[in-house]
Design a protein around this ligand. Structure first.
Ligand SMILES: [Zn+2]
Length: 185
């Protein structure tokens, strides 16, 4: 392991304080599932809220590693950051063979699910059961109904796959509402 990595972090190239990190959801157990990384990388992998975007410019190099476990980790981190633009460009260039791609995705779908956070128009976090007020008139898709500005929607539920959508009842109708048009009360 140390030999393969040349005593450098396999993601960012930093030296010192390196540790073995087992890349989750690997199809088989063994040393091939592990990468050798620095504290900085490990901390940020494990705590998505404290990501230093510039640190991950290192993926520009490490995504070309010949080691599948490194490719998987690079792919996952790029996916986590892709809304920034450049990581998406790198993802587009990246090549993973089929097995490696499956492995990479095995982790990322789970991650993104737990990362979905619904926010109202003011950026407040919305939770299942909250009451919201519509901040503009909304045409309800598939009907002639208009949900009026100021209408309150009680006990909303959250779309588990899309952070922009919540659901609730207006005038007895179950409707989907875009989070940009509501305010939590
Ligand atoms: Zn590192």
């Amino acid at each position: 392991m140390q030999l393969r990595s040349g005593n450098k972090c396999e993601l960012c190239g930093a030296e010192g304080h390196l540790q073995v990190f087992e890349v989750p959801h690997s199809p088989s157990a063994g040393v091939d599932d592990c990468i050798y990384i620095c504290d900085t990388c490990k901390t940020q992998i494990e705590d998505p809220k404290n990501m230093d975007l510039n640190h991950w410019r290192c993926l520009n190099d490490s995504m070309w590693s010949a080691v599948p476990a490194v490719q998987v980790m690079a792919w996952r981190m790029l996916n986590r950051l892709k809304s920034e633009g450049w990581p998406q460009d790198l993802l587009d260039m990246m090549y993973l063979d089929e097995d490696t791609r499956q492995w990479a995705k095995a982790g990322s779908s789970e991650k993104s699910e737990s990362q979905i956070i619904h926010r109202d128009s003011n950026g407040n976090i919305l939770e299942t059961g909250d009451t919201v007020v519509l901040i503009k008139d909304l045409k309800v898709k598939g009907s002639s109904m208009i949900a009026k500005q100021g209408t309150s929607v009680r006990r909303i539920s959250l779309d588990p796959e899309n952070e922009k959508f919540i659901e609730g009842r207006v005038d007895g109708q179950h409707i989907v509402i875009v989070t940009d048009f509501v305010k939590k009360v």
